[in-house]
Write a protein that binds this ligand. Structure first.
Ligand code: FAD
Length: 515
């Protein structure tokens, strides 16, 4: 489509506007909107696009209060719309209040900074400039006073109230308020350092710092590694009873509820299980591939690469490795096309070679889900390829792109979720060329998986028992997280990399629940 030809794709968390959709999206929207008017040929726009994309990921949880959109004014069909909005230079950012009227031109961001934090703060300022037509989903952003706090629980019944104590010019309180906007059983308010009564009552000495306050005046300080936005948001989302709005609360699995379902397999969520990896291979090779009765051309090349990478790097049991080798040698001497039927005969070892087999059926462990349609196979696919990138690193592979190319081609040719395949291909096309070392392959897959987690947080495909997080969480790897000098979250890549090496290493894969 025309929108896809611009600087953004459907995989970015940005509404792609066109001549037809500008009005329906902007007029009377219940959320405020920031619109970037750009021209796809303009150098400034091209260099700004990764910033805008990161901003969209950074405030993805604010969508129902304020959302981001973009329109390509270089697109002929859009030219008139851009003129109507009186856009004369690119990029132009405009803020549209919720419930904007037809013909509203929006407020331009004047001389906006090109860093995410500056833009985020500007958006909060604009949001606060809202008069009476406050976006209904947007929680109050003004500071709470001692008097208001004393009567707070008379009007609002909520399990947790988080108070963020901060200086007047700090945005952390408002950012966390917006970050928690889609979560129930929690309210967040900022308290200014000048609210002396409260500061004294709670004995607050650090600004910012966060306290949980309960009816009757009990309070506790929220424990975090670093007093900063992402750490507060993460910790608050994990308080007991805090759930994403509109999601059923997490269920504690009762093994007796459904006798036809397999019993729940207890597992350690910070470990990888061979049973998940073998289940993934079973599903991929026996179920997903079987949808392709004849495999040729690009798909055959994809299959060959996939099997070859598995033979080299899958840290499997000898019996499984023998089977993968058998498939690999058969593929190597195959002609220009293969039939799934022949492949299936090899997978099922109809030649009856001893010590060669891929267990039939699935036994999900760390990829178990609260409902049959969640997690499982896609969880296994991610886990498998993380393990393979780490193995390629440990085995000093000579080709840094080998595993990622195999994944990219497998997903493109075979992954049953076609929309996932399209999103993955968009990410690969955008940045896979940056991968030029074995280490950067490991890191690329980790960071792109986090982008997918960011996009899917709160989606229907999210299992309420396994919320999508930016992984690993601060409690899994405290030193993986740090802050920039300006206080914004930063991954400590020097720590993330060894964490990934150890998490996905062959020596830490657990053999539990194997047949
Ligand atoms: P998963 O995201 O599947 O993760 C599995 C496990 O990997 C986690 O439990 C955790 O232990 C670990 N992990 C989590 N994050 C990371 C990370 N950043 N780095 C390393 N390890 C991590 N679903 C859609 O609805 N839309 C899509 O567009 C979409 N695209 C996909 C593209 C691909 C290539 C794949 C493999 C899957 C895609 N999915 C998509 C499915 C989705 O990403 C999840 O796999 C699925 O929702 C199951 O989620 P999960 O909770 O099991 O965790």
């Amino acid at each position: 489509s025309a929108a896809e030809a611009g600087l953004y794709s459907a995989s970015d968390q940005i509404i792609l506007l066109s001549k037809e959709t500008v009005e329906p999206v902007l007029v009377n929207s219940t959320a405020a909107l920031v619109v970037e008017f750009y021209a796809s040929w303009c150098g400034h726009c091209i260099s700004f696009s990764p910033v805008y994309r990161s901003l969209a990921r950074d405030i993805a949880e604010w969508k129902t209060a304020v959302d981001l959109a973009a329109i390509d004014c270089a697109e002929r069909a859009n030219k008139r719309v851009c003129n109507e909005y009186q856009v004369t230079g690119y990029p132009t950012l405009k803020f549209f209040h919720a419930y904007s009227k037809p013909g509203a031109l929006g407020q331009s961001f004047k001389g906006f900074s090109r860093d995410i934090m500056g833009l985020r703060h500007k958006i909060i300022d604009k949001l606060e400039s809202h008069g009476e037509l406050w976006p209904p989903a947007c929680p109050p952003l003004e500071p709470i006073s001692q008097a208001e706090l004393e009567s707070f629980f008379e009007t609002i019944s909520v399990r947790h109230l988080a108070l963020i104590f901060e200086m007047n010019d700090s945005y952390v309180g408002r950012e966390v308020t917006l970050d928690l906007l889609h979560f129930e059983n929690i309210e967040v308010r900022r308290v200014l350092s000048t609210e002396v009564g409260l500061v004294t009552k709670l004995g607050v000495t650090d600004f910012p710092s966060c306290y949980l306050y309960y009816p009757g005046g009990n309070f506790t300080k929220l424990k975090v590694n670093i007093e900063a936005r992402v750490f507060y948001s993460y910790a608050l989302k994990r308080l007991p009873g805090v759930v994403r709005s509109g999601k059923p609360p997490p269920v504690i699995k009762d093994v007796h509820t459904n006798s036809t379902e397999e019993p729940w397999r207890p597992f350690n969520s910070s470990r990888v299980y061979m049973a998940d990896l073998e289940s993934t291979l079973h599903y991929s090779l026996r179920v997903e591939l079987s949808a392709h009765p004849v495999i040729r051309g690009q798909a055959l090349r994809a299959l060959k690469m996939y099997i070859s990478v598995l033979v080299k790097y899958f840290p499997g049991r000898p019996i499984v490795m023998n089977l993968l080798k058998a498939v690999n040698s058969w593929l190597k001497q195959s002609s220009s096309e293969v039939s799934y039927e022949e492949l299936s005969a090899i997978l099922d070892n109809t030649a009856q070679s001893p010590d060669t087999a891929l267990p039939d059926g699935v036994r999900w462990v760390a990829c178990q889900s609260s409902q049959p349609h969640l997690r499982r196979y896609p969880c296994g696919v991610w886990t498998l390829f993380h393990v393979l990138t780490v193995q390629a690193y440990n085995n000093h592979s000579t080709d840094p792109e080998e595993v990622l190319s195999a994944m990219r081609n497998y997903v493109h040719s075979f992954f049953g979720c076609r929309q996932c395949a399209e999103h993955f291909e968009n990410m690969a096309r955008e940045s896979i060329l940056e991968v030029n070392t074995l280490m950067s392959a490991v890191m690329w897959l980790w960071s792109r998986h986090n982008r997918v987690n960011n996009r899917l947080a709160g989606a229907l495909s999210e299992d309420p028992n396994f919320p999508k997080i930016q992984w690993p969480s601060p409690d899994m790897c405290p030193s993986c997280h740090t802050v920039k000098p300006n206080g914004d979250h930063r991954w400590n890549n020097d720590r993330v990399f060894p964490f990934l090496l150890s998490f996905f290493s062959s020596s830490s894969i657990l053999p539990d629940y194997l047949e």
